[in-house]
Design a protein around this ligand. Structure first.
Ligand SMILES: NC(=O)c1ccc[n+]([C@@H]2O[C@H](COP(=O)([O-])OP(=O)(O)OC[C@H]3O[C@@H](n4cnc5c(N)ncnc54)[C@H](OP(=O)(O)O)[C@@H]3O)[C@@H](O)[C@H]2O)c1
Length: 314
């Protein structure tokens, strides 16, 4: 990756040969529509140029409105932005992929996407119900479509110039390796939960070897307390380098060669989370040696989204 001590403008080249992904990304998993709108505008104003969306977040319209406001204000062009959205589990059947893609594009008010991801490798019963359940409350999976079938449909979106790169999310090496080997267009990005408690080192090594960018979600441990933001190693490094714990965690993620997604919901936090620079090597090493291991989101095991509930400190 092209690394500079100032990470605010760091971009990582994608394997499509034409695009670079800004290392610092803003995630739009925000349930409240009004907060989606204000937080997206604040992120744009703070300097974020990479926005991560999903049909499953049900707020692409509000993200699109915020982006259009930013573009209309001048000073930023569409080419300055890197915009991703994701295909949901109930749209894995190949004939559902292009309509789902076009619907996302319309809601976002865009005419192309920089990146389109398969949100999870789990296919759910096809249809407009995003969370299909049987009478016992169990998810209804779709055994009639393979991940490769869906991937082929994403490849044809690239062929038709509708998106510049494609990738996967919530996937482990067991599913990624065979998909990678069979893919005509190789995945450009893999988005997974990753932070010092879940470094995903083996996956990161595979991705680096194959020229795939690992895009880390929950780099702040989803802000959960107790958690990473209060980890004694992180807080000690923060004091030493004169940064906040959030800035230290985000810098660590960029420094190890991943891109990241963070979701500040106020203008002040957007500025804080964007103002990231390289850590001294010893501090970087101390964080990399943290031994605590914790997965916060179970989506990778089931395809059903959601952070594992835990008690937040008062
Ligand atoms: N592919 C997937 O399945 C998947 C799953 C989850 C997330 N994602 C993507 O990843 C994005 C980021 O995930 P995430 O929300 O877990 O990211 P995160 O940045 O680790 O956590 C966000 C939470 O941290 C808190 N926070 C943010 N900035 C802070 C700061 N400077 N100091 C203290 N606390 C701070 C906020 O809490 P408050 O609410 O108190 O402001 C916020 O809700 C999502 O928006 C989404 O785009 C993808």
């Amino acid at each position: 990756m092209t690394q500079s001590p100032d990470f605010r403008t760091a971009r990582i080249p994608l394997n499509n040969g034409t695009t670079q992904i800004p290392a610092l990304g803003f995630g739009t998993l925000i349930p409240d529509p009004a907060i989606t709108l204000s937080a997206t505008k604040d992120a744009l104003e703070a300097g974020f140029r990479h926005f991560d969306c999903a049909e499953r977040y049900r707020n692409e319209r509000e993200v699109g409105d915020a982006l259009q406001t930013g573009l209309a204000a001048g000073g930023i062009s569409r080419e300055d932005l890197f915009i991703t959205t994701k295909l949901w589990n109930s749209n894995h059947r190949p004939e559902r992929v292009e309509p789902a893609f076009n619907a996302s594009l319309a809601r976002l008010k865009l005419d192309y996407l920089d990146l389109y991801l398969i949100h999870t490798p789990f296919a759910f019963q096809p249809g407009d119900e995003q969370d299909p359940r049987d009478e016992h409350g169990n998810v209804i999976y779709d055994r009639g479509v393979t991940l490769l079938d869906t991937w082929r449909a994403l490849e044809s979106l690239v062929d038709h110039g509708k998106c510049r790169a494609i990738g996967l999310s919530d996937i482990g090496l067991n599913d990624l390796v065979p998909l990678y080997e069979s893919a005509r267009i190789k995945p450009a990005v893999v988005q997974v939960e990753s932070h010092p408690y879940l470094p995903e080192t083996e996956l990161l090594e595979f991705c680096k070897e194959k020229g795939i960018v690992l895009l880390a979600f929950a780099p702040l441990g989803h802000g959960m307390k107790p958690g990473l933001l209060e980890d004694p190693v992180i807080t000690a490094v923060a004091v030493r380098v004169g940064k906040t714990p959030a800035q230290v965690l985000l810098a660590w993620a960029v420094q190890r060669g991943t891109a990241l997604l963070t979701t500040p919901k106020s203008a002040a936090r957007a500025r804080e989370n964007f103002n990231i620079s390289a850590l001294p090597e010893d501090a970087f090493g101390e964080i990399s040696r943290i031994q605590t291991r914790q997965r916060l989101n179970d989506v990778v095991n089931t395809g059903s989204p959601g952070f594992i509930p835990r008690v937040k400190a008062i």
